[in-house]
Design a protein around this ligand. Sequence first.
Ligand code: PEP
Ligand code: MN
Length: 343
Amino acid sequence: MIVVMKSDSTRGDIDRILERLTRVNLSGHLSQGVERTVIGVVGETQLHPELRNELELMAGVEDVVSISKPYKLASREFQPADTVIEVGNVKIGGGDLVVMAGPCAVESERQVIETARAVKAAGATVLRGGAFKPRSSPYTFRGMGEEGLKILAKARAETGMPIITEVLSPQDVELVARYADILQLGARNMQNYILLDEVGKTRMPVMLKRGLSATIQEWLLSAEYILAQGNRQVMLCERGIRTFETYTRNTMDVSAIPSAHRLSHLPVIADPSHGTGKWYLVPPLALASVAAGADGLMVEVHPSPDQAVSDGAQSLTFENFSKMMVQVKLIHNLFRSDTVAAT
Ligand code: PEP
Ligand code: MN
């Protein structure tokens, strides 16, 4: 349920509504837009059927409306204003563009630090790298584990870049959270509800990748799990979906970016590396994603892609990453005016 306030409502009117909600163990999530304030009601509103009529009669209230979507906290109706997540000096959401770049997997200190320096010089502001790797085959490299997290932390100390890294299982959340600045939930884990609950209990920024065959609604319902635990620092990541096409690794669903923006206030990051699986398709799909309003990009970069232990075919060289970044910045400046408010 959301309470839409009149444009001339006062702070006192808002406080009286918040206080009324508290009396029945509900809380209000304030979303102050330029034109009007909306209060999203959090909690089990169905237990209080009398509330709706009462709220409608309170001073300053324009309307009380039900949220039409199965996800509530993630919806634009609940919070019309974009969520902006701050990670150190980096702002994610609300018009800025964040570029997260680095190797698919942490392989060595030298590989990570060299890559961190190169992507930073080209304009990336977050370093990515997997220490716990979800692999389709159990016989391939599955990551360096905590050793890999230590290497990422060292790269952060050297470059000042915050780090994003994947957490694969609920029992590792505490360990990964000790090193990471942003927790990544991988596509294969989008519907691991125990893991979603667990990262929801932290107060760390989380990037939730879209599942391999997940609809946009299922993706937003997964985000809802994290939000419902009280963690409001959630960003979405479109990383391609399974279709009948086999030329590309996945089909990068660029339309999911403005769709998610229309349905939700959460920032949307695009990952054209996993979205295409081919390094030469990464720059064009990165540009298309930025033009479609993505709040950021996640891109795999490796000092020698042909030597990479994972995802070499979709990893950019330092040189190609720098070239792409020049174009990315141009496209972002061209489109930044207000693509996000997809109406
Ligand atoms: C990754 O980012 O390295 C990764 C494994 O991605 P996804 O979960 O999208 O496959
Ligand atoms: Mn990868």
